[in-house]
Design a protein around this ligand. Structure first.
Ligand SMILES: [Zn+2]
Ligand SMILES: [Zn+2]
Length: 125
């Protein structure tokens, strides 16, 4: 019989599995101790700053601590309504206007904006 071989093969397999597990745990521990990933998590926790424009009361300003996956609308710090959307500061007149999901939109002052995230179509000239 080759019971001995079978046991050693079985044991070898378990050692291999445990070894892989230890490697995996080690990799995770290493990743958690990696300062850049700690920094990344801190940044994720801190959130980002968003320039907002409130559609309800027309307030503008910076929102702090916005989650990276939160694309609004946000709660307006001035009127408390959930009408604050991402804004952009107009290069021409300096007012903050609503950032729109259209390929082309205009500031009330007439300045034309062509959105880069405008559905993949080339902006019409
Ligand atoms: Zn408001
Ligand atoms: Zn403008």
């Amino acid at each position: 019989m080759q019971v001995r071989d079978w046991i050693s093969a079985g044991a070898g397999r378990w050692i291999a599995i445990l070894g892989c597990g230890a490697l995996l745990v080690g990799a995770v521990m290493w990743a958690l101790r990696d300062p850049s990933s700690v920094e990344k998590r801190a940044i994720l926790k801190r959130g980002r700053r968003v320039l907002f424009y409130c559609r309800a009361c027309e307030a503008t300003g910076m929102l702090k601590g916005v989650r990276f996956d939160d694309h609004g609308p946000y709660k307006c710090p001035q009127c408390g309504k959930k009408e604050a959307v991402m804004g952009i500061r107009c290069y021409n007149c300096g007012n903050v206007i609503e950032r729109q999901n259209k390929p082309v939109y205009y500031c009330p002052c007439g300045f034309k904006y062509e959105s880069i995230a405008g559905g993949g179509e080339p902006p019409a000239q």
